[in-house]
Design a protein around this ligand. Structure first.
Ligand SMILES: *Cc1c(COP(=O)(O)O)cnc(C)c1O
Length: 220
């Protein structure tokens, strides 16, 4: 299967309105350009240096999404061009993004990463911590970021019921936060969940953005 046919297969299974982030981490420019040639414009990367190199060399109308854990001291390298940061996992990093966005004269859309999976993960807020974050007045004082929604990853398992439960609980949290903190703010609208293994289940549970890598570009 070629990248283009894989891409078309994934696309045809997405409902209208669900955005596809083609996760191109570790993949070379040739593969990315093949997807680009087939009309794909949103790509996801999780390493700053790799992303910067790709941004420098690939077409400038690509929308780059940063989907990995981001360190404060590296934000400045991506702030001038990044379209969205998916995995904000601390107030500290949110502040760093705001600062670097300001320096770059930009407003950067950010998603708050919530850990919904059963397995222990290092990164992301618990559902309780997310609510706390939005109660923090300092967050609304950050003028160079937009909180565009939340992001999460389900447990890596074959148990579809468990995956569905986790996605469903993230959707509930998303709706609650929207109601409680962003009622008149249409910018808070993205629920980024679903990868190659589970994006069908994520969509059933309200995902608005899926991040799909290996089903498009092959195994890493
Ligand atoms: C790598 C990655 C993906 C894509 O994973 P695939 O299983 O290759 O689809 C999605 N989201 C995040 C955060 C990732 O790191």
């Amino acid at each position: 299967m070629t990248t283009e046919s894989n891409l078309n297969k994934v696309r045809s299974s997405l409902p209208v309105g669900v955005k596809l982030i083609a996760v191109s981490k570790t993949k070379n420019s040739e593969s990315i350009l093949e997807a680009y040639g087939a009309g794909q414009r949103r790509f996801g990367e999780n390493k700053v240096q790799e992303l910067v190199t790709k941004w420098e060399t690939l077409p400038k109308d690509i929308e780059w999404h940063f989907i990995g854990h981001l360190q404060s001291n590296k934000v400045r390298f991506i702030a001038p061009f990044i379209s969205m940061i998916h995995a904000i996992d601390s107030f500290k990093i949110l502040k760093a993004v705001d600062e670097e966005a300001k320096r770059a004269g930009r407003i950067i859309p950010c998603l708050i990463q919530v850990h919904i999976a059963m397995e222990e993960t290092k990164f992301g807020f618990s559902p309780e911590e997310v609510v706390e974050l939005f109660h923090n007045k300092e967050v609304s004082e950050l003028k160079n970021i937009i909180i565009a929604g939340v992001m999460g990853m389900a447990t890596y398992t074959d148990d579809e019921e468990l995956i569905s439960q986790e996605f469903s609980s993230l959707n509930s949290l998303f709706q609650t936060i929207k109601e409680d903190f962003f009622k008149n703010n249409p910018a808070f609208c993205e629920l980024s969940m679903g990868m190659s293994q589970d994006y069908h289940l994520a969509i059933e549970n309200g995902s608005t953005m899926v991040r799909v890598g290996s089903s498009i570009f092959g195994e890493r």
